[in-house]
Every structure is written in C-alpha cells, then in structure tokens.
Write a protein that binds this ligand. Structure first.
Ligand code: HPA
Length: 266
C-alpha cells in the first residue's frame, strides 16, 4: 500500500469519501499500529488518516502523532495536507473562513515532539523557519475557488487541550501574535518535517475563541460549523491533490540532513 500524497483529516473530516477505490489497512510502526485508508484521485495514490479516529474517539493530547506520521512515511508519502478546526482570535477571520497556516506558537505540555531521541537514533534540531511547506501552501492558495474565503497565512497557537482556553489565555495569545487556536498541529507538523515530508494545513474557523465569543464554547458548536463547511473543504483538498507537483522542490526533504551528525561524527 504505497501512496504519494496524504490527507490527515481533523475534527469533522473522518472519512476518505473524496477518493475512489478505497481500501483500509493497518500499518505497523515502531510507535504503534495505525488505521490508514488508501484511494485514488486523478491517478494519484492518496492515503487518509482520521486524526481523532473515525468516530472522534481520540482526544488531541492522546493522539499517537509519531505512529501516524511514521505510517505515512513508510507508505512513501511525500506531501501531507492536514485539516484542523480552529478558534479565531482575530475579528477579521470569521467562522466558516479557511486559513492556510504559516506559523505556530507551541503551548503543548506533555507531547513527544521528535523521532530523534539520541543514542543510535541521533539528535536533530530541526529548522522551523518555514514549519508549513510554502510550496504546498501556495498550491492550496492557487487551487482555492474565488467564492471561498481563504486567508493566505495565519499564526496558530497550539494548546494542550482537551479543555478549551480561558479568556485570559486567549488575550495573552493575541498579544503575542496568535490569530488562531487549536490543539493538534503540534507536534504533527514538526514530526512530518523531521522525516522530510512536505506538510501544509488548512484550518477551518469554527468559532471565535473564548472571551471573544459572547457564549461559552462547546464541541457541538465546533462540529456543527465544521459540518456546514466540509463540502467546500473537501473540494479544495481534491483540487490540491489533483494539481500538486509530486516532486518536492522545497527545503522539506533536506530538513533532517543534520540528523545524527551532531555528536561530532563525520
Ligand atoms: N480552541 C481550541 N481548539 C479549537 C477551538 C478553540 O476555540 N475551536 C476549534 N478547535
């Protein structure tokens, strides 16, 4: 089960219906076993992982990020398009809008963020100047139909979850330049870059963040807004999968070139 491209579906994007000839696999990795779908779109082989499981049974802090990313690497995936539901800290970025992420601020607490754990595995201080692949991001921007509101960049604050944020936290994130808040992009994007894969994320705004929204937040609200917008999100992903260059003409494949060389080995 080889694939060139992958989709990691976040909240509300649980099944690979955008693909044809769908098959389900379980892929073994040193970090655990991952359920993965494969299918075809315009002659391209595409893998699909539901980040939270197909019935949203895995909370953000317990997702096996390393197993998911390693499974896609093992399958030969070069480029990953991820989706995520986010809250907005910016009054111009409204529920229903899409945002192509370009930066993150990490407020996670207990997550393993690396494949390189020292010893035989080596050490890697991976460059995060462009955490999200700018070429893949450009492809998303080019593929977006005129009627869909899409912000071409956005800074994502990743919280540990599973609770939502306090209004005081949101005020602080905003002062620090955060525009969106979610619970899953870190360490997923970091791990993909460590393995030399291009990774881009399309965030869908499901709500204004705590304290900006006049009402208390509910997961139900997140799921409902997501459901109202999944069709446009799926169309955009399908266009990107059809159009994107399968070659990696960017810095992503070289992102781990220093791995294992930091201990003075030549
Ligand atoms: N906070 C954190 N994660 C989220 C939110 C939010 O407001 N909305 C959707 N995912």
């Amino acid at each position: 089960m080889k694939a060139d491209l992958a989709v990691i579906g976040g909240t509300g994007v649980y099944d690979p219906q955008m693909l044809k000839n769908i098959t389900q696999w379980t892929v073994d990795t040193p970090f655990g076993t991952v359920p993965v779908f494969t299918g075809v779109l315009a002659d391209r082989k595409v893998a699909f992982i539901a980040r939270h499981g197909s019935n949203h049974s895995v909370p953000p802090h317990l997702i096996n990020y390393r197993a998911n990313i390693m499974a896609l690497k093992t399958m030969g995936v070069k480029k990953i398009i991820a989706t995520s539901a986010v809250g907005s800290l910016d009054e111009n970025i409204k529920p229903g809008h899409l945002v192509v992420l370009d930066q993150f601020i990490d407020f996670t607490k207990g997550r393993v963020q690396t494949f390189y754990e020292g010893g035989e595995k080596g050490v890697l201080h991976v460059d995060m100047t462009n955490p999200y692949c700018p070429h893949l991001a450009e492809e998303i921007i080019k593929s977006c139909p005129a009627e869909t509101v899409l912000h071409q960049r956005g800074t994502y604050v990743c919280t540990e979850g599973p609770r939502f944020e306090t209004p005081a936290e949101i005020r602080m994130f905003k002062m620090w330049g955060g525009q969106l808040v979610g619970m899953t992009s870190v360490p997923e994007v970091v791990l993909a870059r460590e393995l030399g894969m291009c990774y881009a994320s399309i965030a869908l705004v499901t709500n204004f963040a705590a304290g900006i929204s006049p009402e208390p937040l509910t997961h139900q609200e997140v799921v409902q807004t997501m459901a109202q917008n999944t069709v446009k999100l799926q169309h955009l992903i399908m266009k990107v999968l059809q159009n994107v260059d399968l070659r990696q003409d960017c810095s992503c494949p070289g992102a781990n070139k220093e791995a294992g060389t930091l201990g003075g080995k030549e």
